[in-house]
Design a binder for this molecule. Structure first.
Ligand code: C5P
Length: 241
């Protein structure tokens, strides 16, 4: 069946869904970094991220975090609820790494005194700048209540996923989540959207601190495919070869 393409992003494509209010989210193998200055392909990534994100979203639903996820359709596609994406990337950090380590000259791997939440504006042209609540409300990207909901949900996602990963010998260093507005019976609620995968999280082995996420691609560390497979294997969702 040929479906109407609604939106194409760097790693995913959204198609019209089978019923009104649904979309099909297709996971590509394409990878980009540094605001798409670096481009590449991670063979099999789409299949693994589809599985990993399905697994994590279902687990989060079980503990009461609402998500856009409906069900996985096939190797690379999942059915999701259509939401209005809030143009803010919410980053939660437990350990200093990436842009935080750079900005404050912290050694990567330093455990933070407490989890830090940051907001970035989703805007490729501007390079996704760090923004404050003041910017978000003044420019109308989200209301104070929306920010509060996103913050509470992001912290619950962090608590739950940190424990889940630790149970399989993985450390959740940091991650990015996106949220969307969903209308039901004239009511609006905010749900977790997009994906949760090694593209959007930093995940290290607890014993060795080996990086098992997109930093292997960003920093040319090699064994990129193997890292994504290892995360899927530990979570018990590695698709049959
Ligand atoms: O680069 P930085 O350290 O700010 O990234 C923090 C976290 O957010 C990392 O887990 C990274 O993978 C994720 N991220 C993302 N998409 C972006 C920016 C960051 O998934 N556009």
């Amino acid at each position: 069946m040929r479906r109407r393409r609604i939106y194409e992003g760097k790693a995913k494509v959204l198609f019209e869904g089978p019923e009104p209010g649904t979309l099909v989210q297709y996971f590509k193998d394409d990878a980009t970094a540094f605001n798409a200055q670096k481009k590449g392909v991670i063979t099999g990534k789409g299949v693994l991220n589809n599985r990993i994100s399905e697994y994590l979203m279902l687990k989060l639903e079980e503990v009461g975090v609402p998500t856009h996820f409906v069900r996985r359709l096939n190797m690379r596609e999942q059915l999701i609820r259509e939401v209005e994406i809030i143009p803010i990337e919410v980053v939660v950090r437990n350990v200093a790494a990436g842009s935080l380590a750079q900005r404050f000259k912290l050694e990567e791997g330093t455990r933070l005194p407490r989890s830090i939440v940051e907001y970035y504006l989703k805007n490729d042209e501007l390079g996704d700048p760090l923004v404050t609540e003041e910017h978000i409300t003044a420019f109308g990207w989200a209301a104070t209540q929306d920010i509060d909901d996103m913050l509470q949900l992001a912290l619950r996602v962090n608590d739950f996923l940190s424990g889940l990963f630790l149970g399989v010998g993985l450390k959740l260093v940091d991650f990015k989540v996106e949220f969307g507005r969903l209308w039901e019976d004239e009511q609006m609620r905010i749900v977790l959207a997009d994906e949760i995968s090694p593209d959007s999280c930093r995940i290290w082995d607890v014993q060795t601190n080996e990086k098992l996420d997109k930093d292997r691609f960003r920093r040319d560390l090699g064994n990129v495919e193997q890292a994504y497979q290892e995360v899927a294997r530990r979570l018990g969702v590695l698709p049959e070869a």
